[in-house]
Design a protein. Structure first.
Length: 450
C-alpha cells in the first residue's frame, strides 16, 4: 500500500463508497460515519443482476448497508442488528398516475424494509417523507416520528396521490419545508442531510435549478430511477459522480428485490471525483525542519490520489498572518507536476490566523473561477494542518465554510488546541479530527488511524 493511502482510507471518508455486506452487527457505536459513508455503498448497483440471490434471508441489507456499513470490517452472514448512526434522511417519492397503486404499494414496502434496519431516534436517525405528483405533499417531517413504533405505521398509512410529475417543484418543497430547523433538521448541529428521490418518469417542470438549490443547501441527493425514468434528469438531480449517487432499475418489482440483494465486494474503492484543498499552517512556531515534514506529508497524500481535471483536483493554501494561495483547484491536472511543486513549497513564518485562511479558501479557492466543481455536485473537502492556537476567530469562519458545502478535516500537531480543532472540523469529530505529538509523526499518521 502506498504511503499515505491508509491515511486517505480513514481521513477522507467523504471520498469513499462502501461495499454492500451484512456486517452491520459490528458497527454499533453512535456518530460513527459521515454522510457519504452511511449512504453511498450501492448506488452503482445498476450493473448488478437483480435476480441473483433474490431469496436471501438478509432482507433490506443492500440499502441499509449503503446507509451504514464500514468497508474495513470483516463480513458475516449473520443478520444484522439495528445500526447506530446519525443522519436526517428525507425520502421524496413519486406518486404520479403513471405508477399505479400496485407499484406504489411496492415502493411503500421498499421504504419500510430500508427504515426497519435503521436506528431511529431523536439523537440518531430521523426520517422525513414527502410524496409528489402535480404538487408536493407533506407526509411527515423529520420531527414527527422519533421511534419506529410510530414511524412504521405512518409508512403504512400515507396515501397514493396520483397526478402528473413535478419533480422540480417537489425538490424546492424539500428545501423550504423539510430541511429546516423548524421541521426537525439538525443541519446546524452538523448532522448529515440526505435526500433520496424515487421517480419513474419525466418531470413536467424544470429540475436543474431546484436540484442545484437542494445540493447548495448542504443536502446530499441520491436518485433512484424506476422503469422509464429519464436518466439525464436523474443525473441532474443526484450528486456526482453519478455511478455513486444514482441507481436505475427496471421495475418496482425489482425495487422490492433490491432490498434482498446481497452483492458484496472485498475491498472498497476510493471515489475518484473530489475537490480537495489543503490549508497549511506555516507560522513561525513550526520552523524550517518541521515544515519539510509537512511537505513530505502532503507529497505522500497527493501521491495516492488520482489527479486530473475530471477526477481529483487539489488546491493548497499556506497561511500565517495572512493566507497565501499556492495551488488553485485548476492549477494542475498532472500529478507529477503537482508533486514536483509540493517539493518546493516555500516557508515564510509569522503568526497563526487560521480563521482568515478558512475565509480565504471559501471566497477565493472553493469557487468556480478557480476550478471548484461544487455546482456540478462534486464533493468539496478542506484539510487543515496546524500546530497552534489561532490568533483570530476560527469558529465562525469554519461554520461559514461548512455552510458553503465543504467538509473540513482538522489535523493538529504539537500544541494544537483540541477544542479549536473540534470547532473547526465537520461532524462527527472522531472521523474528522486528528492529533499527533510532533511533526515526525505525520509520516506515521496512517498507522495511528488504523
Amino acid at each position: 500500500m502506498k504511503s499515505g493511502s491508509k491515511f486517505l482510507f480513514h481521513v477522507f471518508d467523504i471520498l469513499f463508497y462502501f461495499c454492500i455486506t451484512s456486517f452491520l452487527v459490528f458497527y454499533v457505536f453512535k456518530y460513527a460515519n459521515d454522510l457519504c459513508s452511511r449512504y453511498s455503498a450501492n448506488l452503482n448497483m445498476k450493473n448488478t443482476n437483480l435476480n441473483q440471490n433474490k431469496h436471501s434471508p438478509r432482507s433490506a441489507r443492500v440499502v441499509r448497508a449503503s446507509l451504514a456499513a464500514p468497508c474495513d470490517l470483516p463480513m458475516t452472514s449473520q443478520p444484522s442488528s439495528s445500526v447506530f448512526t446519525v443522519a436526517d434522511i428525507v425520502f421524496l417519492v413519486d406518486g404520479s398516475s403513471s405508477i399505479g397503486i400496485d407499484n406504489f404499494t411496492l415502493a411503500r414496502d421498499f421504504l419500510k424494509s430500508v427504515i426497519t434496519g435503521l436506528d431511529i431516534g431523536p439523537d440518531k436517525v430521523r426520517i422525513g417523507l414527502a410524496q409528489y405528483s402535480d404538487e408536493p405533499h407533506q407526509e411527515f417531517l423529520l420531527k414527527d416520528h422519533m421511534d419506529k413504533s410510530s414511524l412504521l405505521p405512518a409508512l403504512d398509512e400515507f396515501p397514493y396521490r396520483t397526478g402528473n410529475t413535478a419533480t422540480g417543484k417537489a425538490m424546492d418543497f424539500l428545501v423550504k419545508q423539510y430541511f429546516t430547523e423548524e421541521a426537525g433538521s439538525r443541519a446546524k448541529e452538523r448532522v448529515p442531510q440526505i435526500a433520496v428521490v424515487i421517480t419513474n418518469g419525466d418531470s413536467a417542470d424544470d429540475i436543474v435549478a431546484p436540484a442545484k438549490s437542494l445540493r447548495q443547501h448542504g443536502v446530499i441527493v441520491f436518485g433512484i430511477g424506476v422503469g422509464q425514468a429519464n436518466l439525464m434528469e436523474l443525473k441532474a438531480i443526484a450528486n456526482r459522480p453519478s455511478e455513486r449517487f444514482l441507481l436505475t432499475i427496471d421495475s418496482y418489482q425489482a425495487l422490492q428485490r433490491l432490498t434482498e440483494e446481497t452483492s458484496c465486494c472485498k475491498h472498497c474503492k476510493a471515489a475518484n471525483v473530489a475537490d480537495i484543498v489543503f490549508i497549511v499552517d506555516e507560522s513561525g512556531s513550526i520552523g524550517t525542519a518541521n515544515f519539510k515534514m509537512v511537505r513530505t506529508f502532503l507529497h505522500s497524500i497527493v501521491s495516492g490520489l488520482e489527479i486530473s481535471w475530471a477526477k481529483v483536483r487539489v488546491g493548497i493554501v499556506m497561511y500565517s498572518n495572512g493566507a497565501s494561495p499556492q495551488v488553485y483547484l485548476d492549477s494542475f491536472d498532472d500529478k507529477s507536476e503537482l508533486l514536483n511543486f509540493i517539493k518546493i513549497l516555500p516557508y515564510r513564518g509569522g503568526g497563526t490566523n487560521t480563521g482568515a485562511a478558512l475565509n480565504y479558501a471559501r471566497d477565493n479557492v472553493f469557487i468556480k473561477a478557480r476550478g471548484s466543481r461544487k455546482e456540478q455536485g462534486v464533493q468539496q473537502v478542506a484539510v487543515v494542518i496546524t500546530d497552534g492556537k489561532s490568533q483570530d476567530d476560527v469558529s465562525t469562519a469554519a461554520a461559514d465554510l461548512r455552510r458553503a458545502g465543504v467538509t473540513i478535516y482538522a489535523i493538529g500537531v504539537k500544541e494544537a488546541n483540541k477544542a479549536l480543532l473540534d470547532q473547526m472540523a465537520s461532524y462527527p469529530h472522531n472521523k474528522h479530527v486528528f492529533n499527533v505529538d510532533n511533526f515526525e509523526k505525520l509520516k506515521g499518521l496512517e498507522l495511528s488511524l488504523q
